[in-house]
Design a protein around this ligand. Structure first.
Ligand SMILES: O=C(O)C[C@H]1C=CC(=O)O1
Length: 96
């Protein structure tokens, strides 16, 4: 199943820079692992915001929840999820 996910990162202003950098590094490593595995299909920066728009390909709602919960930045993100299904006019056969 495909999900459109918007993540807005809100790190506390008083978080030490080293702690924030370590969290971001762990997040990047997992994000890249999930992209290579095909789970995190798209990752786009929202221009002008510390936010991203992503497409996830996971088995079901519970799998998406588990994946998002494992993200190191999860405690500091507002997450909005929209489930997707194939558009009848889409020419992309691999859209599910
Ligand atoms: O920067 C972000 O949008 C938050 C998060 C998503 C991937 C990643 O590396 O960090």
């Amino acid at each position: 199943m495909l999900f459109h996910v918007t993540m807005t990162v809100r790190l506390p202003h008083d978080m030490p820079a080293a702690e924030a950098d370590a969290l971001k590094a762990r997040e990047k490593a997992l994000a890249q692992e999930l992209q290579r595995a095909g789970t995190w299909r798209h990752l786009w920066r929202v221009a002008g915001r510390y936010a991203n728009v992503s497409i996830f390909d996971v088995a079901d709602n519970a799998a998406l929840h588990d994946t998002l919960m494992k993200l190191p930045l999860f405690p500091y993100m507002d997450v909005e999820v929209q489930p997707l299904c194939r558009h009848p006019s889409s020419v992309h056969e691999d859209d599910r």
